[in-house]
Design a protein around this ligand. Structure first.
Ligand code: TRH
Length: 364
């Protein structure tokens, strides 16, 4: 092995869609590299998605990109043998990788999707024995000390909010949905002054329905008291800085959802939709852990979050009443978000937990 590195790690990422798969894999790769001094071979099937997140990915020392196709082939030419093999989100490894993994007695992890559900915490670190007796382990990221934790860089600092504004500043990063139009209409009807920035194409596309109602004014659109802009996607390294510039956040998927929590800002989670509304259990498990009272603003948040995520449709007057409640109680909402941030920041992060776990594994 190259003595410069403490371990060799092969990390496999299959990009299903959007940016979440590579978003988590890239964050993890960088942190394993810089914190633990592991050499990373990142096997990736869609380098274009990585280019959006990290335009200068080729300059990242200690992370080498390789081609692969899930379950079919992986380019293992000129690659050092692994101590650790991580499959992101249960992707299936090709046969040539499995042979090398077992020959080298590598630690084999399935790094699972993030969930606050009890089963996820229970199965963290559990092994799944393969037909030949080789053990693969589940790494379940999570929000409590018993879980696999969240990926938080050693260098993480909460960025400053540099923008002063009399308007409420809101960032919308979500999936396509009719609810965006309804939400903006509610804010307009309530007469709020809001600067709304949309990032990613999905929300912008959903707002096309507003058509003629939107008056164009330079690069922004006006809807009553709202100013709406489409803003550019920033590199992942600047994403925390972006979040810091807003009062309220709408985030989605997995990685932006975690960063919103670290930002300490009030937020809504537009969860990745699953068949048969399976995502609603995951959504409820998360918010049940965060909002433990039944304060009116928590009830309002819960109702609006349910509607955003397709659980039901609210009558217009109820929707408006919930937004009004959140507005009236925005200081409580903000303080609840900061408490949750502190709860998370007081815990060790996923990479620290992984390093300890690997040490224990090696002494077995
Ligand atoms: O993009 P996402 O919706 O990703 C996903 C995928 O759909 C995936 O298949 C699914 O399994 C998963 O969600 C749950 O959302 P996410 O996870 O928030 O990823 C977005 C990434 O993009 C995240 O790393 C933050 C980053 N980002 C930037 O770097 N710059 C930006 O300007 C923005 C808006 C996001």
């Amino acid at each position: 092995m190259n003595k410069k590195f403490n371990k060799i790690c092969w990390l496999f990422c299959n990009v299903i869609d959007n940016f979440g798969d590579i978003g988590v894999a890239w964050r993890l790769a960088r942190e394993l590299r810089t914190r633990l001094n592991w050499q990373i071979y990142l096997f990736l099937d869609d380098w274009g998605s990585l280019r959006c997140l990290a335009p200068d990915y080729a300059n990242e020392s200690g992370i080498i990109l390789k081609n692969w196709q899930e379950n079919e082939f992986a380019d293992v030419e000129n690659v050092c043998a692994p101590h650790v093999v991580i499959e992101m989100f249960a992707c299936r490894l090709p046969e040539n990788v499995l042979v090398i993994l077992k020959k080298n007695q590598a630690i084999w992890l399935n790094w699972e999707y993030l969930s606050a559900e009890n089963w996820a915490v229970r199965t963290h670190g559990m092994q799944s024995l393969q037909a030949d007796g080789y053990a693969k382990y589940f790494w379940q990221m999570g929000f409590v000390p018993e879980s696999g934790g969240l990926i938080r860089e050693m260098t993480f600092r909460q960025p400053e909010n540099l923008i002063e504004s009399n308007a409420l500043r809101v960032l919308l990063f979500g999936y396509q949905s009719e609810i965006w139009v309804e939400t903006l209409r509610a804010w307009q009807a309530l007469g709020w002054r809001v600067d709304v920035d949309c990032v990613g194409w999905q929300v912008g596309q959903s707002l096309h329905e507003l058509g003629d109602l939107l008056a164009e004014n330079g690069k922004q659109y006006i809807l009553g008291s709202l100013k709406i802009r489409q803003i550019d996607f920033v590199p992942q390294q600047n994403f925390d800085d972006l979040l810091a510039q807003y009062d309220w956040l709408f985030v989605r998927g997995e990685d932006s959802f975690v960063r919103a929590q670290f930002s300490g800002k009030p937020f809504f989670w537009h969860i990745y939709p699953q068949n048969e509304l399976a995502h609603l259990d995951k959504l409820a498990a998360f918010w049940d852990g965060v909002w433990r009272d039944d304060a009116t603003w928590q009830v309002a948040h819960c109702a609006l979050s349910g509607e955003l995520n397709g659980a039901f449709r609210l009558p217009e007057n109820e929707r408006m009443a919930h937004w009004q409640t959140l507005w009236d109680c925005r200081a409580d909402w903000a303080s609840g978000a900061r408490d949750w941030q502190m709860f998370l920041l007081s815990q060790s992060d996923a990479v620290t937990r992984l390093a300890n776990w690997c040490d224990l594994y090696n002494t077995k």
